[in-house]
Ligand binder design. Sequence first.
Ligand code: ATP
Ligand code: MG
Length: 694
Amino acid sequence: MATQEGIGIGDLVLLDEITLERIVDNLRVRYNGGKIYTYIGEVCVSINPYRSINIYNNDYINKYKGRELFENPPHIFAIADAVYREMKQQRRDTCIVISGESGSGKTEASKIIMKYIAAVTNLSGQQEIERVKNILIQSNSILEAFGNAKTNRNDNSSRFGKYMDIDFNFKGDPIGGHVTNYLLEKSRVVYQQNGERNFHCFYQLLNGCSEAEINKLRLVRDSAAYYYVSAGNFNKASSTDKSDYKTITSAMSTLGFTQNEVQTIWNVIAGILHLGNITFKLIDDRLFIENRTALNDTANLFSISAHELSTALTQRVIAAGGEVMQKAHTSTEAEYGRDALAKAIYERLFTEIVSRVNSAINVNDTETYKRYRTVIGVLDIYGFEIFDINSFEQFCINYCNEKLQQLFIELVLKQEQEEYKREGIAWQNIDYFNNQIICDLVEQPHKGMIAIMDEACLNVGKVTDEMLLEAMDQKLLDHKHYTSRQLKPMDKELQHKIQFKIKHYAGDVIYNINGFLDKNKDTLFQDFKRLLYKSSNPIISKMWPEGAQNILKTTKRPLTAGTLFRNSMIALVKNLTNKEPFYVRCIKPNEVKSPVVFDEERVNHQVRYLGLLENVLVRRAGFVYRQRYDTFLKRYKMISQYTWPNFRGGNDKDGVRTLMDEKGFSNDVKYGHTKIFIRSPQTLFALEKARSNL
Ligand code: ATP
Ligand code: MG
């Protein structure tokens, strides 16, 4: 029911005819007219403009501050304000779930929301709160440097999931926060598909640090000199790598990282670059390190002994029957170990950075503080993706998107319909595709894909990826959303024995089974853990507490990557379910990052799988507005002589009925058990007008 701007319709609920075509058509008209935001009731649909538009300045902030959604043209600021008001006035924990495929604008949206919240809070200018806001905003650039990368879909693609709680005091000012990160795509540290890059930080270091630093780290500026950052054959520095290095160095200092911490971070990044250049050669059945300089540089930067690193890279210690023995690696094992080490070090560094960010933003954790705070959670996670080759990482990322879609279905499509029933209002059910079946396919105990992978991982060394695929085929033979060529009829796209297909809510994805077992098992030889624990740099040593363990002590098998991820997704959904959710649904207008192309087919597809049509239908078949009787009466009681200053003829519901009867609106509304439901926006406009004309 947004105010009309003359370009298309601001709220899809108000279209005269609700079809997929009309929705896409309206989005196109608006997009071409520079209007990237459109509502479905309180859901904000956002289309990536791929250009900077001047709609986020102070004038806009002032225009949206403290206003209801329908008072202004659609804007993400209006959603941010609604979330903020709900949190502040109702003292409820709220969250904003931003979803959409890779490159659709989720991360930008989350930053715009944070910027808005920072702009409308702390009007009294308290120093401490300013400091917290500054930290919250600056933490983004650090996390992006280490967690984002150029992919073929997006030049700044989030390769980790991020959920940030912003904590507010009773006055509604931000006083702290907390970041939770989800599964970093660490395989990128050692390999990138053609056209892609490693995480930004590597190139920022190579291009941005001083001559003295580059010498100290024993690096050369040319990224082509390092295997780990050149596998994707995309060695061009981005235009901002150099300046980003300065930005994040200064952000780290704002967050209170010590000089030592910053130096360690860059040492580890440089060490990984050298580590990637270590190669092996076999002489008389013995494995040697070919590139001693790379070995020495790596050891130096990790503050460990080069000799011990060399040993750990070429052989491993095994404990059997109370005895300890050395077992030499094959070259394949050594290469595997080297890459596993690089991935693990990077992952732990990232976790350390997140926890460092958290200790900077989690300013106050006392009980009193916790009791009186309310939070706004912002979820910005990797979008659904289909690459040429899709592996375990895409499997996890796409499963995560299934979970978020399920949450949307649960909260927007299902609960909305259930609310009508609960309120005793006649209702015709709207059908929608429920993707629960796909979530089950992946996560069900015993029968789901993660469980099948875990079972295969138990048989160390005996099961191959192909055998895993066979096991999945046997157990999932009849599943409607799973296909593989071994037992199913021929599918032209599936390559025998190494691929399987999942019919996701957002489209079919063919996965390549190679590497699934390893990535799920996620093993790192104990030798490396013990070695890094011995690092003379205490920051590095602290990241490897299990290295302290006696080698003969048997340890519990750690949970697999798949199971850890599933558990974290289930916890995330539970957390979001306990909050009042608001949605931003991001759409990618084209595949070529162009500000002028509106690819109708691509948009149509996204509108379809995001369930926007069903969203509009549910919203429209129902009522455009609903409100609890007490809240409604509080807002409008001044417009009726019977309800102002107080209604004395009964309860709030009677009061609302009397008011609406007097104003002649009763034909357009239904009275539920606890809420009033208004069918058309005109009625709401009229009420608002009556209120402002007083
Ligand atoms: P991923 O899932 O890969 O992380 P994403 O949905 O987070 O993708 P973004 O990184 O937010 O996508 O957006 C991709 C790019 O699109 C941005 O780097 C920016 O260039 C452009 N973009 C997105 N939203 C906007 C906006 N509101 N204004 C201007 N440019 C934008
Ligand atoms: Mg992103």
